[in-house]
Design a protein around this ligand. Structure first.
Ligand SMILES: [Zn+2]
Length: 96
């Protein structure tokens, strides 16, 4: 089973190229209302370029439900089933 190492702050430094190379699925989770927005990596690359960093996208991402800019980035690795595939946590797994 492939294991990726995600440090707490690492995700913000990932480029879209790296996400695509690792075949990760990317989703934004709203820290305010927990809405999940799954993103198409190819569309993101087309819009922002291969060198765009996740941290920049995260700061700009606006929730379509509550309109807040409070996105968290969730990454899902391929070939792993269930909740364990998600880093840093599966969708809706945290509560404030
Ligand atoms: Zn929201």
């Amino acid at each position: 089973m492939p294991t990726l190492v995600f440090g707490p702050g690492d995700r913000d430094g990932y480029t879209l190229r790296k996400v695509a190379e690792l075949r990760l699925t990317l989703a934004f989770e709203c820290r305010n209302c927990r809405k999940i927005a799954q993103e198409d990596i190819l569309e993101l690359i087309e819009k922002h370029g291969l060198a765009a960093k996740l941290g920049d996208l995260r700061r700009r991402a606006k929730c379509t439900r509550c309109n807040r800019r409070a996105a968290d980035i969730l990454l899902r690795q391929p070939g792993v089933r269930g909740d364990k595939a998600w880093r840093p946590h599966p969708p809706r797994a945290t509560r404030d």
